[in-house]
Ligand binder design. Structure first.
Ligand code: HEC
Ligand code: HEC
Ligand code: HEC
Ligand code: HEC
Ligand code: HEC
Ligand code: HEC
Ligand code: HEC
Ligand code: HEC
Ligand code: HEC
Length: 378
């Protein structure tokens, strides 16, 4: 079935023979004409009477409150079915991907029906900047899709519980590299003895190859975590479209089945952590932190959604090595330090943003002592 799509897309990817492209061409020509006229008109009237406002300016300033360079999915009129704007696969996907994907912005057709004024009635249509790097009728260069400079508007719906079984079965029945696109990212480690598929979580969550961008305001305490710290999450459809293509819901053009509108906008990706100092590939020279994922992430496989998941790693998964009689006492020691100085900041696992707060009951529980509030300490 992919092959059918392939050839269809190849045909669509040809020259402007489709009616849509013809219409687009006509629209561009009309736009060019209008722009030229308008340019002539404005420069003429401005030259004649400097300081006076041209007709329609008041309407323009009324509309000024709306920023037509930033598209929002939350605008009521933009909430039609996703496929009215996003075509799957988009034209020329082969240039970017080795599987059919949405790799480009919606075309002009998706907007012109409602935004004729913004497209055609100004000298430098600001609306072009939603998609184009330059606002020019002769330039069709577009920003990367998705635009990395813009905040994301959607979160991902991925019920881990529903996938446990399926993915295990899938991984077993497909001995070959089915997740080609994903597995490439960690294929170098597959040969490593210690590397297992770990409940198949690693199909989608490899160790990050670079430190993510710092959150707004920078890393707390100036503590820049190293590369061994974070696990990645899928960045593309390669992790999903193998199964979610034409028959398994949410199917590939049912964008909303996986992307949920996030309002207000999410900041550009940067993992939120409680224990920023925990490294997945850490734990001393012997890398003691390398273990079956679900020994620490005990809740994830029961998670129907990602909302409210944190913290999904309880501190009890650290106790065995970090807080045991005769062994290390990292939690107990820090709790004792608070007894002596109630402003003591815990920094072994946390940065000060978390370490200056009251230790939660879970911490006192593993230290086998009753909870205390900082303010109750003399
Ligand atoms: C009216 C047209 C329109 C509709 C309808 C629409 N989109 Fe979009 N979509 C756009 C445009 C334009 C962009 C580029 C926005 C940008 O780069 O700022 C975009 C970008 C995106 C992106 C990439 C940016 C991001 O926030 O991650 C995703 C994902 C997306 N749309 C998903 C959806 C989903 C899901 C739906 C349906 C619920 C949908 N879109 C409906 C026009 C539309
Ligand atoms: C069904 C009609 C409709 C379609 C289709 C549509 N828009 Fe809009 N758009 C609106 C309305 C209504 C507003 C609210 C402001 C206004 O009245 O102009 C708006 C507002 C905007 C804004 C201002 C910021 C915001 O999102 O509120 C931008 C930018 C924009 N549209 C771009 C686009 C682009 C690009 C497309 C095509 C991918 C598109 N629109 C498709 C009706 C539409
Ligand atoms: C919602 C995103 C979007 C907006 C807004 C937009 N464009 Fe485009 N533009 C595209 C895409 C996608 C193509 C490629 C169309 C294709 O290949 O089928 C394109 C193609 C073009 C081309 C090449 C010729 C053509 O029509 O295929 C020109 C020139 C162009 N755009 C200019 C503009 C100008 C000027 C504006 C503002 C008035 C504008 N575009 C607004 C997405 C957009
Ligand atoms: C088919 C792909 C896939 C598999 C397999 C998978 N996950 Fe996920 N996981 C995701 C996606 C998608 C997200 C959401 C990421 C986002 O919000 O951008 C996620 C989110 C998470 C998060 C939350 C991350 C955060 O920042 O909130 C954790 C923890 C997690 N997964 C652990 C696991 C564990 C443990 C396993 C194995 C039992 C597993 N995942 C298997 C796709 C997968
Ligand atoms: C020794 C315990 C432990 C093991 C084993 C473990 N994790 Fe984690 N994981 C954590 C902790 C702790 C966090 C951070 C939670 C927080 O601070 O909010 C985390 C966070 C994550 C996140 C969110 C992104 C990030 O790095 O902050 C993902 C995804 C994740 N783990 C996946 C995995 C996968 C996949 C495996 C198995 C290959 C795994 N984890 C094994 C303890 C563990
Ligand atoms: C190995 C095949 C496979 C992969 C890979 C896969 N899924 Fe699924 N997915 C399924 C199956 C099968 C179901 C139905 C499970 C059920 O209902 O018990 C499902 C269900 C879902 C549902 C719930 C639909 C509902 O009706 O509740 C969502 C959302 C979803 N998947 C998103 C994703 C996302 C996002 C990815 C990629 C990160 C992904 N899936 C990767 C096979 C897969
Ligand atoms: C089966 C689930 C699923 C469906 C259906 C789906 N997406 Fe996604 N999409 C994801 C996941 C998972 C990611 C990666 C995580 C992220 O970027 O938030 C993603 C990423 C993206 C990206 C960024 C990819 C990149 O290469 O930069 C865009 C753009 C996008 N989706 C748009 C869409 C549009 C438009 C549709 C509908 C035509 C759609 N998605 C359908 C799950 C899905
Ligand atoms: C199987 C044993 C084991 C488990 C379980 C374990 N750790 Fe560790 N961890 C270690 C060892 C060994 C070190 C290295 C100590 C040293 O050399 O000072 C370490 C070091 C650390 C460090 C210092 C930075 C580093 O990686 O070297 C932090 C922070 C940490 N662990 C947090 C955690 C947290 C949080 C958990 C629970 C989610 C956890 N650890 C679970 C064994 C473990
Ligand atoms: C061995 C690592 C470790 C040490 C040492 C440690 N914590 Fe934690 N802390 C965790 C883990 C893991 C969690 C998440 C699970 C939980 O809440 O029990 C957590 C959670 C927290 C939370 C809750 C944060 C939230 O957003 O839910 C606070 C507050 C906190 N710790 C404060 C402290 C203070 C204060 C100390 C010093 C006495 C301390 N921690 C010492 C590992 C540690």
């Amino acid at each position: 079935m992919l092959n059918q799509e392939d050839t269809q897309a190849k045909r669509d990817g040809g020259l402007a023979t489709k009616s849509g492209s013809v219409r687009a061409l006509a629209a561009t020509v009309a736009f060019l004409l209008l722009t030229t006229l308008l340019l002539l008109f404005t420069s003429h009237s401005l030259a004649q009477k400097p300081g006076t406002r041209r007709p329609g300016a008041s309407r323009a300033s009324q509309a000024k409150a709306i920023d037509y360079s930033k598209f929002s999915h939350a605008t009521t009129k933009h909430q039609a079915a996703c496929s009215t704007c996003h075509k799957l696969p988009s034209r020329n996907w082969q240039k970017v991907r080795d599987y059919p994907d949405v790799i480009d912005y919606p075309g002009h057709d998706a907007c012109v029906s409602c935004h004729r004024p913004q497209f055609f009635r100004s000298a430098k249509p600001i609306i072009c900047a939603v998609c184009h790097a330059k606002t020019s009728p002769r330039d069709d260069v577009r920003f990367a899709f998705r635009n990395p400079a813009r905040p994301r508007q959607f979160t991902i719906e991925f019920p881990h519980d529903k996938h446990q079984e399926v993915i295990a079965r899938f991984a077993k029945s497909e001995p070959g590299p089915m997740f080609v696109h994903v597995s490439l990212r960690f294929s170098s480690r597959v040969t490593d003895d210690k590397m297992q598929t770990y409940n198949n979580c690693a199909i989608c969550h490899a160790t990050r190859s670079s430190v993510p961008t710092a959150p707004d305001g920078g890393w707390p305490d100036g503590f820049v975590p190293d590369v061994a710290t974070f696990k990645s999450a899928p960045l593309s459809h390669a992790a999903c479209f193998n199964c979610h293509w034409k028959s398994q819901q949410p199917v590939s053009d049912n964008c909303a089945g996986c992307h949920k509108l996030a309002n207000p906008y999410l900041p550009v990706e940067s993992p939120k952590r409680i224990s920023l100092k925990f490294k997945h590939e850490g734990g001393g020279e012997r890398k003691n932190h390398l273990a079956e994922c679900t020994t620490c992430h005990i809740n994830i496989t029961k998670a129907t959604s990602l909302r409210g998941l944190r913290p999904d790693v309880p501190i009890t998964s650290c106790t065995e090595c970090h807080n045991k009689e005769g062994l290390r006492q990292d939690v107990s020691k820090e709790l004792a330090a608070i007894d002596k100085d109630r402003t003591f900041v815990c920094v072994y696992c946390h940065t000060s943003t978390v370490g200056k707060l009251d230790p939660p009951a879970s911490h006192y529980l593993i230290a086998e002592r009753p909870p205390v509030k900082r303010r109750d300490i003399k």
